[in-house]
Design a binder for this molecule. Sequence first.
Ligand code: GLN
Length: 482
Amino acid sequence: MFNASLKQLSDQLAGKKISSTELTTEFLKRIKTLNPEYNAFITVNEDMSLAQARAADGMIAAGKASPLTGIPIAQKDIFCAKGWLTTCGSKMLSNFVSPYDAGVIERFNQAGAVNIGKTNMDEFAMGSSNETSYYGIVKNPWDIAAVPGGSSGGAACAVAARLAPAATGTDTGGSIRQPAALCGISGIKPTYGLVSRYGMIAFASSLDQGGPMAKSAEDLALLLNVMVGFDARDSTSLQRDAEDYARDLQKPLTGLRIGLPKEYFAEGMSGDVARALETALDEYRKLGAQTVEISLPNASLAIPVYYVLAPAEASSNLSRFDGVRYGYRAPSYTDLADMYRKSRAQGFGAEVKRRILIGTYVLSHGYYDAYYIKAQKLRRLIAQDFAQAYQQCDIIMGPTTPTVAFNLGEKSGDPIQMYLSDIYTSAANLTGMPAMSIPVGFGDKNRPIGLHIIGNYFKEAQMLNVAHQYQQVTGWHLQSPV
Ligand code: GLN
């Protein structure tokens, strides 16, 4: 049951071989046993999950089920869920019980899915190792000495360790794909604007995008079918016709042109990752695809541009946490200004403060043109590189991360090294393009390796097809650490 695909679980529920209450109970038991070791969840609430499971059983009995009805889904603690503690991994929100549901949570609720718990994450989604969480580190289930990646580290760990059949994540610079790669699971960041950001606590609004994390591309398609949709409460939400993201899964890959950016297959990628990628690309050639070398001349600018724009937007977004209306308030202070200062000084962790400082600096009078405006111009150049590249290929592939998971503590003292974790992933956020990671083997210390697949705007169905065809002829996605 713990290794079953979403389709298999859905069939078992529909065929009354198992009830949602039984399924939910089994996963809750597993969480109880394994979570003390992994720390993948911040909040588990058996009563609330089981109430949803009973409601789902009612829907199934009444013949009102859809594919995800009754299936437990782990929700990243960045999504506001009514009645649930919603912390965003921060002391600042350690007392915040959300009075409303995020757009994504609403859609899962309408589909009859069960919220199995809120997953751990880097504080305000800032990080690549889950080490900045106020709720403690998450361990990589393949090797508890390793980080799970971040910021959606709890989500990736939960899916890899089979604590939940699937999870949600959010991705501002790589936070779905990098932890998916390091934990050996599949994850997709959709085209910017497809998944509602309403009730998804904002980090950098022009980059943030929610998406699913699961064992396989086929599962991701079912999850996207629920998650994607217009939401008038998010001003950047896109109004488009509904798509079935599973519609192209079975298409053959004959003639597919895979672009390999020469800048990504250069120094920086470790030997084990390079070898796993080569083997995966051979598999794609056997499936009928051809590879073409392409160039993304501005690839090396993605990290510096991201680390100007993301902190700039974060410094603005995080100004709402002032201790007045909700969230943490310092227990003692002298006057209003002192209350702001102390609440923010005590409520935010070191990495969040670093981002607020950088963001405030690059937006300040005198530096705005030199940093913020310059970064916006470079962002456009990066997008132009991709537009050019797509004239020569249908899809782009490369490594998701330069190395396998690093050790806990290895980079936490060196922010620049940590920031380089997203060297291959952040361009897709800057351009708004969809991108995903799928497992393609194991490297150093037997830790998982991810293949990064970048698609053109709205090509999610094609990307899932490309990933699914690979998963039909290989078994990496079926392996689990426990
Ligand atoms: N690791 C990147 C950062 O720290 C990306 C995080 C994310 O995608 N939320 O900002």
